[in-house]
Design a protein around this ligand. Sequence first.
Ligand SMILES: Nc1ncnc2c1ncn2[C@@H]1O[C@H](COP(=O)(O)OP(=O)(O)O)[C@@H](O)[C@H]1O
Ligand SMILES: [Mg+2]
Length: 338
Amino acid sequence: MIRAEGLSKTFRRYEREPGVLGSLRTLFSRRHTTVTAVDEVSFEVSAGTRVAYLGANGAGKSTTVKLLTGVTTPTSGRCTVDGIEPYRERVRNSGNIGVVFGHRSQLWWDLSVPDSFRILKHIYDIDEAAYRRNLSLFRDVLDIDALGNTPIRELSLGQRMRAEIAASLLHTPAVVFWDEPTIGLDLVLKEAVRALANQINREHGTTIFLTSHDISDISAICDQVLVVDQGRIVHQGTLAALLRTARHRAVHFDHRGDESPGQVAARIEEALTGTSVSIDDQRRVTISFPVDRLTAREVLTWVLHRFDVTDCFAPEPDLQTVLREIYGGRQPARSTAE
Ligand SMILES: Nc1ncnc2c1ncn2[C@@H]1O[C@H](COP(=O)(O)OP(=O)(O)O)[C@@H](O)[C@H]1O
Ligand SMILES: [Mg+2]
């Protein structure tokens, strides 16, 4: 359904020198750096998949979504969505896709939500029954009626996002590209959006391509993940397989005793090499350990023998931990001075 082959996008960033003289000099010298936002990315997403596109800030996620939705053209390589090259056939492609850019509105600022939806109904030539069915779904899930006739520009971010999400689904597209769709939404609405994504995927086989800073969105919606680092794909597969690549796991425990947190941490780190210990305000101890050296069972056994433990558990590795391991502390995008 979605295919990228050696897809690249570079930007020129012109350097500005400070001051009036500086900006004059900039005009003539045009010194620039080349930012590689997307670096020969290749992947394939089959129809009906719910895929998360993951990466640190500046990793090239939004640029990839812009390429896949035809907002921008690649510097080299190509991509297709349902066989169509988006930047060559924007109009034909737009009938197949629904798009939300959390940081940029897709809707008309001066129009109200009902007016915008009526226009979209005409643009996409949505039949009356399907239109009514979708509106009633969005009414239930996203409470869009509550947005009334207010122009979009006057809506809060969360209100606008509800309208954007509904608009992206109005024509029951085969693929949705949601770039940060839950920013500004409260917890209840986030959950509603997650449920909605799963519902449309189940009922219509909709392919979902999602980026989000909220790890819970990913776990709740996606079964596949593409991890991009410095513009390149570094992991592609199921979410479960990604979680199994974790190099660290954690054991948490509560205990009785009068040792200071510093003493507790020092004692553990000294005895169990490679671990790092943190202790919160409630005196809950977290031991992070490398999986190539220790098992959760070994750590728990050691702890149970040395502390008066009142509670302990060893959770499965979480996405946050794994992602931190993959792109922790790296520079966002590669740039080379020219
Ligand atoms: N229009 C642009 N002009 C110049 N640089 C850009 C432009 N859009 C994105 N970039 C740069 O490309 C890199 C990737 O950006 P982006 O795709 O927005 O990353 P992400 O969405 O993963 O945070 C960043 O270094 C960003 O500054
Ligand atoms: Mg982005």
